[in-house]
Ligand binder design. Structure first.
Ligand SMILES: Cc1cc2nc3c(=O)[nH]c(=O)nc-3n(C[C@H](O)[C@H](O)[C@H](O)COP(=O)(O)OP(=O)(O)OC[C@H]3O[C@@H](n4cnc5c(N)ncnc54)[C@H](O)[C@@H]3O)c2cc1C
Length: 340
């Protein structure tokens, strides 16, 4: 167990915001967490993972909790698949790498997403057509109000695009995720339908029937590294905005005006439009407002050019939102968690 007082949160959020916290407490077991919850029962609490989807707007007058529960344990196994129980403090990408090494497949498309296992179940992380919810069997939790343990099955977590019940108004901040169970396949089936993956594989001269999970992972890592800023170099939290979903009438009218508009069918009535394209068309790609800016290679990413405060990022966010709304009549919403 580790407890630090009056610390800067700069190393604990990938935006590099220099907010302060009264205390940061890290636990290595459920029992240690329960002890901390009892000790800090009257304090405001926030559970973080790797801090890669957080924006601190102010100093945090309370206790920041962090899981250092590690380990991957096989809890079920058949000829076809395994169920592994993973500690919430494990770095997500280490799990992806380790599972491929063991011959457990499915997570390859989620390679190199920053953050930890606990947050994968809160955020329902996704990339290249895969989402954490496709693999999550159950989530083990501790109620931060009373220290009680509970387990929720996938169906109870209400997963949707970058959403879970843990982000709902009723439950946000209530539970600490201590373990997540994932079902992984022993058979590798590549999913190359999204984000130009098939082309990227072909460009490497690999025949589809020779593609391995490990090779696919390398290709995804290479592609991601080319597109997204490294938070160690340029503070950011990945995609800042969610891609808006509009009704078909709105979509048709926009398409008539912007025939090249990229889009993805959601269902008969709805279409998803990339927020990055809307921001770029609004003239924001590569622009900055003080020390906060829109990334020059991908307009969906807001960056800290150095010394930006949480409020600076919010100011940029609101200006971009307002310009997108004026131009397209679409309200885009942040994906990043704002911490007041
Ligand atoms: C460069 C970059 C690229 C990214 N690319 C992607 C991408 O492709 N796809 C994608 O989905 N996301 C992406 N993200 C966003 C981010 O990686 C994910 O949202 C990730 O799940 C956040 O994990 P974290 O451990 O850093 O969580 P944090 O940012 O610390 O926390 C996120 C939320 O989860 C809660 N939380 C975290 N851990 C726990 C826990 N153990 N118990 C209870 N609550 C908890 C926090 O309270 C907060 O609400 C990217 C971010 C960056 C910086």
């Amino acid at each position: 167990m580790k407890e630090l007082s009056n610390i800067s949160l700069k190393p604990y959020n990938t935006f590099g915001i220099d907010a302060k916290a009264r205390c940061l407490a890290e636990y290595e077991s459920v029992e240690e967490l329960q002890h901390l919850l009892q000790k800090y029962r009257d304090s405001r609490k926030l559970h973080i993972g790797g801090g890669s989807n957080l924006l601190f707007l102010n100093d945090f007058d309370g206790v920041i909790l962090h899981s250092a529960i590690l380990g991957v344990e096989v809890v079920e196994e058949t000829d076809k698949d395994v169920v592994v129980k993973v500690g919430s403090g494990m770095v997500w990408d280490d799990l992806v790498a380790e599972s491929i090494e063991h011959g457990w497949y499915g997570l390859e498309n989620l390679s190199l997403i920053p953050g930890e296992v606990g947050a994968s179940a809160v955020q329902n992380i996704g990339a290249y057509g895969a989402e954490a919810k496709d693999f999550i069997v159950s989530v083990e939790l501790v109620d931060m109000a009373n220290g009680e343990c509970l387990k929720m099955k996938n169906e109870e977590c209400e997963y949707a695009y970058r959403y879970s019940i843990f982000k709902s108004d009723a439950l946000i901040g209530r539970y600490a995720v201590t373990h997540v169970c994932y079902r992984l396949s022993k058979v590798f089936v590549p999913h190359l339908e999204y984000g130009g993956l098939k082309k990227a594989v072909e460009a490497c001269g690999i025949a589809l029937d020779e593609l391995t999970a490990s090779r696919l992972r390398d290709i995804i890592i290479g592609t991601r590294n080319g597109k997204l800023p490294d938070p160690k170099v340029l503070g950011n939290a990945g995609s800042f905005f969610m891609n808006p979903i509009v009704d078909r009438v709105k979509f048709e009218s926009l398409l008539a005006e912007y025939p090249g508009m990229p889009h993805y069918e959601v269902d008969d009535d709805r279409v998803k439009i990339p927020a990055g394209w809307l921001i770029e068309q609004s003239g924001w790609k590569g622009r900055r407002l003080g020390n906060a800016g829109v990334y020059e290679k991908q307009a969906l990413v807001l960056v800290n050019h150095g010394g930006a405060s949480g409020q600076d990022i919010v100011r940029l966010c609101e200006t971009v939102r307002s310009d997108v709304s004026d131009k397209f009549g679409i309200d885009i919403h942040p994906e990043v968690n704002f911490i007041e």
